[in-house]
Design a protein around this ligand. Sequence first.
Ligand SMILES: [Zn+2]
Length: 269
Amino acid sequence: MPQSRVCLTFDFDALSVWLAYDRVTPAMLYRGEYGARVGVPRILSFLKERELDATFFVPGHTVESFPDEVNAILQAGHEVAHHSYAHIDPSLQTADEERADMERALHVLEGIGVKPLGFRAPSADLSESTLPLVEEHGFLYDSSLMADDYRPFHPRIGDQVARGEPLVRGRESTVWELPLSFELDDWVHFQFNFDPYRKGGATPSDVLEIWQGEFDWMDANVDGGILTVTMHPQVIGRGHRIAMLDAFVANCREKGARFARMGDVAQAL
Ligand SMILES: [Zn+2]
């Protein structure tokens, strides 16, 4: 049976994720800064100690605001992929705004020598324009959708969907989808917020049970399955959560899983 693979992915949103809210305060922005000041260095030393390759989705805003941290990610041999410029949910942008934001981020990444293979939409949400834009700009893969769990697929462009009418399928895009899920996203479980309110504050053992359960089931039942874990330096960077990630990695390793960068997985498809 082909080996299971795990993609550790980190969305290095820093301030950008907070700036996208309607009401932005300095305290919110400093929460974002924690991701750069503490999260990224801590994650990089963890990945180095455990000899793990990972993928970092980095908004252009973060690349320009925290160049040293982004450079450290690249120097360590991890993949840097596209995560918009300003971390605005594409469904809230006009088609022109979305294109301009995507191209600005591409330009910023080019400035640090990165031609990204992959894209992840901010807030894992898409507009009608997103997939056509991702395809047009030559991305090999997207990692924002949840139509599958352990297997890549080609998302469709041009579906016709209406209430009371059955789905009329569009064409398959050339882009590979490496699916993610909110169950395997640290923000959903851990990140407390006042407004908009998010409960957060999950106990790591509860989240470990979910993440490990997903891996163990895939490993036992799916040939060559790929599990994508989505994390944020400003969330997973806390000590008790890094300890949880360590336990998760140890279990996957024990069962013979390989850890891979998303770009490497997509290139081998
Ligand atoms: Zn993000």
